[in-house]
Design a protein around this ligand. Structure first.
Ligand SMILES: [Zn+2]
Ligand SMILES: [Zn+2]
Length: 110
């Protein structure tokens, strides 16, 4: 998995614009500072360090959440309108269930 690189100089335009570079670019073309592996998400400059994941935990949780919802939606659509309605009733429920699911996904990944 190739991580994006970003400038960590908070006086630099590339940092302020959350500009991302390919992983084979080593130095910031704006200020010349060494680039760090950063979260691949737009508008996020979280330095990943030794973390091999593409997105920081915060952004990954957000993505999992979105993917989860999309999955439920697709499952509902293929199960027919009646099935879909039941699924929405089931999954659209307490936010607590959603939070538990995300916690489980994050726990499995580590
Ligand atoms: Zn820079
Ligand atoms: Zn992030």
């Amino acid at each position: 998995m190739s991580q994006k690189r970003g400038c960590c100089n908070n006086n630099c335009k590339a940092y302020k614009d959350h500009e991302k570079f390919k992983h084979d670019v080593n130095f910031c073309p704006n200020c010349g500072q060494k680039l760090e592996s950063v979260c691949g998400s737009h508008s996020c400059n979280m330095v990943m360090g030794e973390d091999p994941h593409k997105y920081c935990r915060k952004c990954q949780a957000k993505r999992d959440d979105r993917r989860d919802k999309a999955k439920n939606y697709i499952a509902g659509a293929s199960a027919g309108i009646a099935g879909g309605a039941a699924l929405v009733a089931k999954h659209g429920g307490p936010a607590l269930e959603q939070a538990k699911k995300i916690a489980a996904i994050l726990a499995n990944r580590r």
